[in-house]
Design a binder for this molecule. Sequence first.
Ligand code: NAP
Length: 305
Amino acid sequence: MSTPAVFTVEDLRHWKGSAPLQLAVLGDPVAHSASPPMHMAALEACGLLHTYGRIHIRPEELPEAMRLLKESAFIGVNLTIPHKTAVLPFLNAVDPHARIMGAVNTVLFKEGRLTGFNTDGKGLTRAIAEDFGVDLGALRVLILGAGGGAGRAVALQCALEGCPKITLVNRTREKAAALAEEIASLPGLPQPPPIVTALGADSVTLSAHLEATDIILQCSSVGMKDGDPSPLPLRFLRREHLVYDTIYSRPTQLLADARTVGARSSNGLSMLLHQGALAFEIWFQRAAPVEAMRTALRLFRASAA
Ligand code: NAP
């Protein structure tokens, strides 16, 4: 299966109703996105003769890109960094869940209207159910990297799922504290609301919070690079912890340490898979061919390693 090249806003200007794509991921950068092989596998498995590609859109190009895509009979797009919040003003409607998350990763183009959705959080819920056989909302969670975009989406999803205890850990504590305040003011939180604590990564109370944690959700970018340490010292890990590292591009020290202590662990490939499957369901109103998508993701990861 061939993966289309990376297109630009200049390409969009020339398509005028004869676009070579009907679906795409928009980002900056976008060249290494795993979404095209995953969605091309899904389309092929369902016999849908559409093409999903990558479009490199810089922040200042987003308004024009959304207008041109609307004119190009697109079915939908995914948005990645840095467009998930910036796209909101260009949509005709935003699904209530995406409105609460304050970010959109999936857009449906239908009858001249653009509707935004967020499948990242729900993708995580499905991933945790699949990988560990548990309901995320029943777990006491500790989130590492609660100051970044992924940490924010994961924390909001945990709150909406009804997690009883949410510990937000971040190198820059102020960002975790701001997120804790945001969670406290979320509309429609399940009752009773979660007990939310914000900690710096070097907090002396980290150990005590980990004793009262069921699942560690690693959302920082520590582990992305060769030789990166684990963001959590090995001594804090327990056999009883579930450990989920949202990084999927490479094996991480945290997951190696989890195996060392005998804890169950998993990487972010399942979250990527399920956010994609949910996007496919929004575009085509049918169940996504999850196994075909999973196989394509594994092949893509192996070829990129
Ligand atoms: P981001 O917005 O740049 O946030 C980076 C986070 O990592 C911040 O919390 C930052 O802390 C922390 N951090 C960075 N360097 C650190 C260091 N040396 N020590 C301690 N903390 C450090 O990035 P993002 O978009 O949230 O992405 C973060 C990770 O999520 C990436 O690894 C990505 O692979 C993963 N992700 C996975 C999926 C999936 O579908 N599986 C989806 C999205 C993202 P400060 O606030 O202190 O700077």
